[in-house]
Design a protein around this ligand. Structure first.
Ligand code: MN3
Length: 215
């Protein structure tokens, strides 16, 4: 009985699980093809979660923390699992955001949000250009971000699965520039992927992420 109970606890406490996509694999066609979405979500994201759970299992004191808490406080994570939490926790957080900020019904940012974007970047198009340029400039794998940093919108790229949370920033939009995110359809044409990506951006969610930081 005790054995069964402990198994049950492990199952309940296993903190991270793969959520279903909020749309079908082919919903973002032709910008992102169904096969890429399926492999990206079911294989890549699932693997980050499995490896994050493996790392956390070695340190029961980490079990009840959210992935955001783990990343914000990355330097306090025990050294033997710190790199695993950075890479796989980052992978989990980054992809969870990525799925949510895409949609087949892109919409438009509100006037309030646009005026904040204009204040910082000049225009929405200029902001997009910077995010594309940062994605192009990221050598190898990484992400191009729109974050809130000290209350202000900011763009930059990170390598690998490094999360802006690790530098105290809040990511509100991030584009995956790992080859697994676009290679089947775009091959070496990362610029085309980055430019096309804007037609599947979920402005409503990005804006909600921005508002949540203010409150
Ligand atoms: Mn990815």
């Amino acid at each position: 009985m005790i054995y069964e109970q402990s198994i049950r606890e492990v199952v309940i406490k296993m903190p991270f699980e793969l959520l279903k996509l909020p749309y079908s694999f082919d919903a973002l066609e032709p910008v992102i093809d169904a096969k890429t979405m399926e492999i990206h979500h079911d294989k890549h994201h699932a693997a980050y979660i499995a490896k994050l759970n493996d790392a956390i299992a070695k340190h029961p004191e980490l079990v009840n923390k959210s992935v955001e808490e783990l990343l914000k406080d990355i330097n306090s994570i025990p050294e033997d699992v710190r790199t695993a939490v950075k890479n796989h926790g980052g992978g989990h957080a980054n992809h969870s955001l990525f799925w949510e900020i895409m949609t087949p019904k892109s919409g438009k940012p509100s006037e309030t949000f646009v005026s904040e974007i204009n204040k910082v970047f000049g225009s929405v198009d200029k902001m997009k250009d910077l995010i594309v340029a940062n994605g192009m400039g990221q050598f190898g794998s990484g992400w191009s971000w729109l974050v809130v940093s000290g209350g202000k919108l900011k763009v930059y790229a990170t390598a690998n699965q490094d999360s802006p949370l690790m530098s105290g920033d809040i990511p509100i939009l991030g584009i995956d520039v790992w080859e697994h995110a676009y290679y089947l359809k775009y091959q070496n044409k990362r610029d085309e992927y980055l430019k096309n990506w804007w037609s599947v951006v979920n402005w409503e969610t990005v804006e909600r992420n921005w508002e949540n930081v203010q409150n």
